[in-house]
Ligand binder design. Structure first.
Ligand SMILES: [Zn+2]
Length: 303
């Protein structure tokens, strides 16, 4: 049994957890949150993280000597500064080094999609349903699309820290411009936002994806049918390109779009059409850990 500390840095709150871990079994020793208060700036965020660590130590009477932290954005391996964070005051800062200096020990960092993938691969849906999974791909399909690759229980960060960033693979021109500067990214087509944009272009009316799905199920709205079929077709094409490269044992699909049951039936059938193999044994799984995946995955970074 070992004790791991994880921190999930969000835009509004910082969550901390102490987990007791043995194999894929775990117990929460302590879990708490403090507000990020990002409006007070970079140094204040660092001190709020230190406060979470101090509170965890005090409540659990455990000395913390290392931790994993999930952040919005990615640490650039070359410059060692944070990039692509929506908490913009973190961008360009040597966040890991500053935090290590403040805490007095070394830490591990990963972005939220990687933490999600790691948690589900090691403590969540995967050990529950797949035996001896070596390669796992975790996807978050929500307002955007993120992803993380887990190899033998470790995050694959890669040369630029962008390992798993499937959301910005090219999928089809019809997705149009993406915030990243490219066009036709996976995210522009099969994110919740991308699908809602498509429905709006077809009808002139904007609806939430949940409402579009209800119209699809009712079977009377051709634009809703086209939108959900677009999701199924392009989910299959997009995910097949991942399968052809890393051939995962399991794919865990989180985020609002990941709740759509059709992905696990027709979506998988669609992927089968495009995979370079006659069959498809990869398991497509719903996540198990819910909101806890981020902070649990952060803790597993130091496992
Ligand atoms: Zn993009």
């Amino acid at each position: 049994m070992k004790t791991l500390c994880g921190i999930d840095l969000g835009g509004t709150k910082i969550e901390g957890v102490l987990l007791a871990i043995q194999d894929s079994k775990f117990e929460v020793i302590e879990r708490l949150r403090v507000p990020t208060e990002k409006e007070h700036g970079y140094n204040h965020i660092l001190s709020q993280i230190k406060k979470v660590v101090a509170l965890l130590e005090e409540k659990s009477k455990t000395k913390i000597t290392t931790l994993g932290i999930g952040t919005p954005g990615t640490l650039d391996p070359t410059t060692q500064t944070l990039k692509n964070s929506n908490t913009v005051c973190l961008n360009g800062q040597p966040f890991k080094k500053d935090l290590e200096n403040l805490l007095g020990f070394s830490i591990e960092m990963a972005n939220d999609a990687n933490c999600f993938a790691l948690a589900e691969a090691t403590l969540g849906a995967v050990p529950d349903q797949v035996s001896n999974a070596q390669v796992v791909f975790g996807i978050i399909m929500g307002t955007g699309v993120g992803g993380g690759v887990i190899l033998n229980g470790k995050v694959l960060n890669g040369r630029h820290g962008i390992g798993g960033e499937w959301g910005h693979n090219f999928l089809h021109e019809s997705g149009g411009p993406c915030f990243c500067g490219q066009t036709g990214c996976v995210e522009t087509i099969i994110s919740g936002t991308g699908l809602e944009n498509f429905y709006e272009e077809e009808t002139g009316t904007r609806k939430r994806l949940k409402a579009i799905l209800e119209l699809y199920e009712a079977g009377k709205d051709p634009a809703a049918k086209a939108t959900i079929e677009r999701l199924i077709t392009y989910f299959g094409k997009g995910v097949a390109s991942i399968i052809n490269v890393i051939d995962p044992d399991a794919i865990v699909i989180g985020g609002g779009v990941g709740n759509i049951d059709l992905l696990y039936t027709e979506g998988v059938e669609s992927a089968k059409k495009y995979v370079f193999n006659n069959g498809l044994e990869t398991k497509f799984l719903k996540p198990k850990l819910g909101d806890s995946a981020g902070v649990f995955g952060a803790a597993m970074l130091v496992n």
